[in-house]
Ligand binder design. Sequence first.
Ligand SMILES: [Zn+2]
Ligand SMILES: [Zn+2]
Length: 446
Amino acid sequence: MPSVAGLVRPLALPVGARPVRALPVGAHTPPRLRECHDCGQLQVLPSLPPSTRALCLRCDAVLRDTAHDPFGLPLALYASAIMLLAIAAGMTLMTVSTAGQFHLASLFTGPVTLEERGLWFLGLLVMITTFVAPLARVAMMVTVLVGIRLPDPPRGLRVVFAWDERLRPWAMIEVYLLGVFVAFVRLSTMAHIDIGPALYALGALMLVMVAADYAIDRQSVWEALEGARRNRRRRVRAAAAQAAAPAMNAATQTRIGCHTCGLVSRAQDGAVCPRCGFTLHARKRDSIAWTWALSLAALILYVPANVYPVLTVIRLGAGQPSTILGGARELLDLGQWPLALLVFVASVAVPVLKLTGLALLLISTQRRWRGRLRDRTTVYRIVDAIGRWSMIDIFMLSILVALVQFGAVATVRPGFGAVAFALVVILTMLAARSFDPRLMWDAAEA
Ligand SMILES: [Zn+2]
Ligand SMILES: [Zn+2]
């Protein structure tokens, strides 16, 4: 096995070979058959020592990242994340004062104000991404990591862990913090600002969540959740079912890697994964059609998102509407060019790059291009990863509308452009998730 500085290359699956299921020795992981989510290559992941990263032999996707302490340290971190989230939700984020009036913002004032102004969709979106999803995530992870210590973990824990896997991209604390920072700079020209304890708690929460997600080896959790006894029972049942199945049925079965938990099973398309309970698909259903539809809808909404104002600052009765691009220019006028560049990249460049990238991936797949498969897979990974950062402007707006309510002196009203822009972000995120990069490799092979 070629192994360089903690990097392990898996072995290609020899034709007709069966994956080895050896018992774990010490902290080493058992060898496993895996399907790469990015290119569809089936490969046997050898037994791995702790702190080792295994990459796909064809496209360099990370197949597994083992840890020295896969459960203890993450549990401590997620448990502290619950406490930090409680502080962040219960205390003040910022206080602003001007002309003898003052207002304070918490994690909830933004969503509530947006809802009061009739923009319930935006309020709900901010509420889910900044509070509901992070809270659900940490609560579910603590439940799973405590339950894993039981001699025979209950089956329900797998459902909980599978949902955490699904919920991960929608918890956006780190993006929210950047939105708060941009709001802070824009507010500093209008009023005096005091930072509250909730902001420090949010900063710490972000670091703890990143550390916990980095420290955990999710495949180890899945293996522990399988439980020795249940796993043995399942294998006996599966062997009996396979012996009883007619030969014709066996011909329609293929090896499918579960997209949620990574288990490779011999199954028919549409069967239920024996480990996590989600439906198994050899490839994502109607991937090309869905990705086109969602990308085109996002492209259409990109026009009103940039033409209509995201917010209007009303000073002494006169309104100053500000579009996405206008917001970046205002920051530039304040001399905050790094922040202006950040807002421009996140809100203007990222959606355009995402839509261009998706179109390139779709066209190259449909035209069955054979070249640059690894580069195109990298494009897919970038498109999938950057989408959430466009939410900065939406989060900034949710802070400003709650804090800047000084009557005739200064008031910020949300605009229709913000709703269109939020929809663009959501639709492009869904489009990236509905694209199946394995289709590019399939098309090139055909
Ligand atoms: Zn791969
Ligand atoms: Zn599964």
